[in-house]
Design a protein around this ligand. Sequence first.
Ligand code: GLN
Length: 524
Amino acid sequence: MLGGTLREAAAALRRGQVTPTELCQKCLSFIRETSFLNAYITVTEEAALKQAAEADKRFSRGQPLGLLDGIPVAVKDNFSTKGVETTCASRMLKGYIPPYNATVVQKLYDQGVVLMGKTNLDEFAMGSGSTDSIFGPVKNPWSYSKSYQERRAVGCDISDEESDWVITGGSSGGSAAAVSAGTCYVAIGSDTGGSTRNPACHCGVVGLKPTYGLVSRHGLIPLVNSMDVPGIITRCVDDAATVLGVLAGHDSQDSTTVQDPFEPFKLPEEIDMSKLCIGIPKEYHAPGLSTEILSLWSKAADMFEDAGAKIVEVSLPHTPYSIVCYHVLCTSEVASNMARFDGLEYGHRSEVDDSTEAMYAATRREGFNDVVRGRILSGNFFLLKQNYERYFLKAQKVRRLIANDFVKVFGSGVHMLLTPTTLGDAANYLEFIQEDNRTRSAQEDVFTQCANMAGLPAITVPASLSSRGLPLGLQFIGQSFCEQQLLTVAKWFEKKMDFSSLALPRNIEKSSVPWQHSKSVSSL
Ligand code: GLN
């Protein structure tokens, strides 16, 4: 019997019930069976089998094992992977093979993982649907679950085949789909405004955004340097804690990582609820919040209260400014970050060679999609000498106010916040793409991006299914570097909601993946 979680798989490997190669082959066959999801940009089959064979030797010879030895993982395609193409889902970087590993990738390798491949995303991680990729959109595995198909058949009049699936959320949609579909046990995402938590929530898996500075960004191709954090996507909270233990800590290559050593932790089974105070931010009753999420949210608050925790309403008064503030800061940093893509050093280079300037311009026009170009344009506007103070500096001040809101709330004895992760369940693809990328991001990131602006840790935990049969989750936002407390409470909540028994049976030999319930899946 193989486990559905990292912990169970690691135990099965150690007991000798399965070898790393067998586990790798199982995941490869899942990847093949679910290739229609478009979760992977690159599947590193050959290298994965080699890594698994190496792990086989370590196990059979009784050599020292890494914490994640033999565990299949996937990495978002905006992390540098030595010798493995890294595209950011953009024409600009297609064919780019980095000469080095991102620190998080190296740390995973150091613990013996087997890299299954690189996952799909919105171009340069700009988006919240995983629909804006040159490799095509990622499909949510739940689109093929029995619960979704049956309910759709009853209540839905959409007959067009193309529209018969829902988005994963984004921008780490490939990573979330990869874990949800059982093709790996851990996937690394990135989180700048919610890109790990949003797709994890829509795909019914756990998504952790660590405190800014706890996990190295070295080798993560930057979107917004002051907000980017590598994210962790797993099937349960315990697994997220294990992976955080592997990834966290100072890195001399990233000066924004903290100096203090990180103590990996195991999460307790029980907690003393009487000592816990959870805040419910009133501003998060945002327009567009679905009634299902609202009732899940209040049910969760009641559950904590019944268990003895204190639930208080809190105010984060600057929340309404976050969308605009994020837009100014994000695009300004994007404009400066993207300046490096000029056709000279790596990536795409236009054939136009009338002059250096013409080559630059043509390279960027051909290499970037209109979302990226639009953000560069906005950012350069905000950074113009005459606009700098009015927009960029002002946004920085607003960012400080947003962060201070959290400081005040946490200073008043509140340990963490309980909020929705998303406004509703995952949107249907055709409906989602009716809006432009900017409007969609503004809607999708409303509950997630404040944590990025304040640098706080946050985690989404799957909790139930919507009336359409799609996953719903809730988010916990914690205090800086209080991941242990945050994850402990998240684990308690996860156990109470018992989403995995509802949807992701733990035994991947049987049917741990939602799409396996679908009769039609084999014909896809
Ligand atoms: N949706 C947000 C954006 O498009 C967040 C992206 C992210 O977290 N990478 O910028």
